[in-house]
Every structure is written in structure tokens, then in C-alpha cells.
Design a protein around this ligand. Structure first.
Ligand code: NAP
Length: 332
């Protein structure tokens, strides 16, 4: 029997990689997309004619109920979110409504329609926030530091409550940073890959950065969506921390990216001390042992392979005029 999977946020980075994985497994993939976001369907690229689009406002409980009732999905992946964290300070209520509201409305729809649909919630390592222990696992307490993280935590607990009270198959992945050539340029990995490729082609001269010693757990989006799918294939719905378990500094990120196009980063990177942030005492880094043991999940793409792919893709797309070069700030 062909399984149907519904995805919110299908036009995002993870939506693309998850759709790719599910189509490869012969799923019928349906994206739930509000009318005002449909100009962004072009972001689906080569998958645009392989997935179906169901038009519904994610703030509309009745509309989501009807979608679930009509489409009778075996799996729902709730990925939609304004995912660039600093933006959440500009619209905390809108962030809460989209992230928590959509999760709650979808869970209620599954319960009311009475299906055995399996539900995945895109939780985030941002929920750990001010950590006092490293690495973090499924037992680590949450201390969210921004409206995005608070909304994600609310959605996370709503998912847990629906599982405990109503017996739904609902679970979440607490995901650490994951990247790809589809990452928007405001994220540091893509900023660096685009700058390296632009400088290589003579389209930019320099890259301005803040704290080069900041460290992150960066993985590949294709690996992380694989974990999402695995969470819905096991017998028991549970939470899983998903990350590589390896920390890399921004300095390593830059040097690896510039290396992949044969450039010495130290000639091009300007450290702006105004952008420096205080050193973080404890780092956000995953302990993914539970996912390894229960799901058989492990990252397949290394940090070096990830950055090489990002920089080379940016290089090709700049050369073919598909994307705009990195715009550096002028320095006197
Ligand atoms: P992304 O590339 O920013 O994609 C976000 C998706 O949400 C896009 O499809 C976007 O639609 C949609 N969206 C945003 N605002 C919306 C709104 N008001 N109504 C309907 N749809 C809206 O994010 P991602 O990297 O794929 O991440 C997927 C999920 O994982 C997100 O929930 C994110 O918070 C979470 N997460 C990501 C990471 C990471 O490192 N990538 C880590 C932890 C958790 P448009 O295309 O129309 O903008």
C-alpha cells in the first residue's frame, strides 16, 4: 500500500530533503502550503512536479481537520517555522502562533479524525538554550532563551501531552544545526560558503565575521531528515536528540570552506570586534547515542564533505547566474 505523508514547511531546506527521501520510498508526498506562501513553491526545484500541494492556512483549524480527513495520511511531518531565530524577537506572537498553533491544530485534527497517523514535530536544540551541561541528551533540562525556542518548547510539550493523554503516535526530534546548499544565506554556514565561492570568482573581496571561536554542532540536512523518518518507523514514539556530537569552531568552518576552493582564508576574513560575543561556557552539542541505539541512525556526511558540497554548489550556481554573489560590507 502506498503511504501518504503530509509535510508542513515543504518549501524549506528540510522539506526538500525529506520529500526526496519519502518519494524514493514510494510515498505519496503532500505539502500543506498556505496560499500566500505558494510563490515559494519554486524552491522545490526538481521535486515540484513529484509532490502534491494542498492549499490550507496553517492557522485554520477547520482547514487542517479537513486536510487530515480527506488525505488520510499515515505520517505527518510538522516542519513549518520561521526558522531564523533572531527574527522571532520581531514577531514573538506570530512565531508562537505558527509554531505552537500548527502543532496543536494538527494533533487535534489527528485525534478528532480518529486516525492512527504518526506525527513528527520539528523540535530544536535551541530549547536547551542556556545549558549547564555538555553534551545534551533527552534528559537535559530546557532553558529557552528566545521566542523561537519558547514556541518550540511549547509545541514539544503539546506533542508529549497528546501522546500521554490520547495515546497518539507523536514524537519529536530535538535537532542541532543542519545545513546544505539550500540553507538561506543569513545562516553562518551559507554566508561563509557563498562568500568563499564569490571571492574565488572575483565577485566579492572580503568576508566580515564576529567571534571565530564560537562552536557549533553542524550536520547535513539530508542525514537529519533521515532520522525524522526513522522515528516514525519504530514501535514506540519517543523524543530523540539528533546531532553529530562533534563541535567545530567558526574558524574551522571558514578555513574548511576556503580550502575547498584553494583560498587562504586569512587573506580575506576581517574580524569585526563589534560582532564579538562573550564566550559560551557550555556548548550546545548533541549526545546522539539514543538515536544510534534505537534507530540505527548515524550521520553519513562529514563536516568537510558538507562544506565542500556547499561551496562547490555555490560556485556552480554563481557561474550559471542562478544565484546572486555574497555582498560584503565596504571597509575603509
Ligand atoms: P526553513 O528552510 O527555514 O523552512 C521553513 C519552512 O517553514 C518553509 O517551508 C517556510 O515556507 C515555512 N514557513 C515559514 N513561515 C511560515 C508561515 N507563516 N506559514 C507557513 N509556512 C511557513 O527551515 P528548515 O531548516 O527546513 O527547518 C525545518 C524545521 O526544523 C523548522 O521547524 C526549524 O525550526 C526546525 N529546525 C531546524 C534546524 C536547522 O538547523 N535547520 C535545527 C533545529 C530545528 P516558505 O518557503 O514559504 O518561507
Amino acid at each position: 500500500m502506498t503511504k501518504t505523508a503530509l509535510i508542513t514547511g515543504i518549501t524549506g531546506q528540510d522539506g526538500y530533503y525529506l520529500s526526496h527521501l519519502l518519494l524514493h520510498q514510494n510515498y505519496r508526498v503532500v505539502g500543506l502550503v498556505p496560499p500566500h506562501r505558494q510563490p515559494n513553491l519554486s524552491k522545490l526545484g526538481d521535486l515540484a512536479d513529484k509532490v502534491e500541494i494542498y492549499t490550507v492556512d496553517l492557522r485554520d483549524s477547520t482547514g487542517l481537520f479537513t486536510a487530515v480527513e480527506q488525505l488520510q495520511p499515515q505520517e505527518i511531518y510538522n516542519l513549518a517555522a520561521p526558522s531564523f531565530v533572531p527574527d522571532s524577537w520581531h514577531d514573538p506572537l506570530g512565531t508562537l502562533d505558527l509554531i505552537t498553533g500548527t502543532a496543536t491544530r494538527l494533533l487535534d485534527a489527528i485525534r478528532q479524525v480518529g486516525l492512527s497517523t504518526r506525527f513528527y514535530q520539528a523540535s530544536s536544540s535551541e530549547m536547551f538554550g542556556d545549558v549547564t551541561v555538555s553534551p545534551q541528551d533527552e534528559e537535559t533540562p530546557f532553558h529557552p532563551k528566545n521566542p523561537y525556542a519558547a514556541a518550540k518548547l511549547h509545541a514539544h510539550w503539546t506533542m508529549v501531552h497528546h501522546r500521554q493523554r490520547y495515546g497518539l503516535f507523536a514524537c519529536s526530534g530535538i535537532l542541532y544545526n543542519h545545513e546544505s546548499p539550500l540553507r538561506p544565506p543569513q545562516f553562518v554556514t551559507r554566508k561563509v560558503s557563498l562568500a568563499a565561492a564569490s571571492i574565488k570568482l572575483g565577485l566579492a573581496q572580503s568576508l566580515e565575521m564576529g567571534n571565530l571561536d564560537a562552536k557549533r554542532d553542524w550536520g547535513f540536512a539530508g542525514d537529519h531528515v533521515n532520522a525524522m523518518w526513522r522515528m516514525l518507523q519504530v514501535d514506540e514514539p519517543e523524543e530523540y536528540v539528533i546531532g553529530t556530537g562533534k563541535l567545530h569552531s567558526v574558524r574551522e568552518l571558514i578555513s574548511t570552506a576556503f580550502d575547498s576552493v584553494g583560498l587562504d582564508w586569512q587573506k580575506y576574513v576581517i574580524v569585526n570586534t563589534n560582532l564579538l560575543r562573550a564566550d559560551e561556557h557550555f556548548q550546545l552539542v548533541a549526545n546522539p547515542n539514543k538515536a544510534k541505539n534505537n534507530l540505527g541512525w548515524e550521520p553519513q556526511v562529514s563536516f568537510e564533505q558538507l562544506l565542500d558540497n556547499m561551496v562547490k554548489t555555490d560556485l556552480q550556481q554563481l557561474e550559471s547566474g542562478k544565484i546572486q554573489p555574497f555582498i560584503a560590507v565596504e571597509h575603509k
